[in-house]
Ligand binder design. Structure first.
Ligand SMILES: [Zn+2]
Length: 126
């Protein structure tokens, strides 16, 4: 009865929508930090052009970068939109993260092509 009342709409995510979600998350640099469930949610929102209701700032950020609208459940929506990028710890050179950056907690994403120092993931305003 409760399920009837809330009119839950069960959906499965299409492969193409999931690919779109990964592309968007890759573009904003959030992909390495999003879980599979996050990506499913993002894919659904993209497919439906829906307002994404979440308190997850990374999801909000990715969806806003992709041109979507977000709302929060409990917290105030994040006002800032940011981009994750690689920044060299040696010379400070920056470069966009590629979409296939390993999804790990490790902040280092490779070596600088200019000076060879480790490159770390940093956040900047979009
Ligand atoms: Zn460098």
């Amino acid at each position: 009865m409760l399920v009837d009342a809330t009119e839950l709409d069960w959906r499965t995510v299409s492969t193409s929508a999931l690919a779109d979600a990964k592309a968007c998350a890759g573009a904003s640099g959030d992909l390495p930090r999003l879980s599979d469930v996050d990506l499913d949610v993002l894919a659904l929102a993209l497919e439906e052009g829906a307002v994404l209701i979440t308190d997850d700032y990374r999801l909000q950020n990715t969806y806003k970068n992709a041109g979507g609208a977000v709302e929060s459940v409990a917290n105030k929506p994040s006002k800032q939109v940011w981009i994750w990028e690689g920044r060299c710890t040696g010379c400070g050179a920056t470069a966009p993260l590629s979409g296939n950056v390993r999804r790990s907690k490790n902040q280092t994403v490779g070596d600088c092509h200019l000076c060879g120092s480790p490159v770390k993931v940093k956040r900047r305003k979009a």
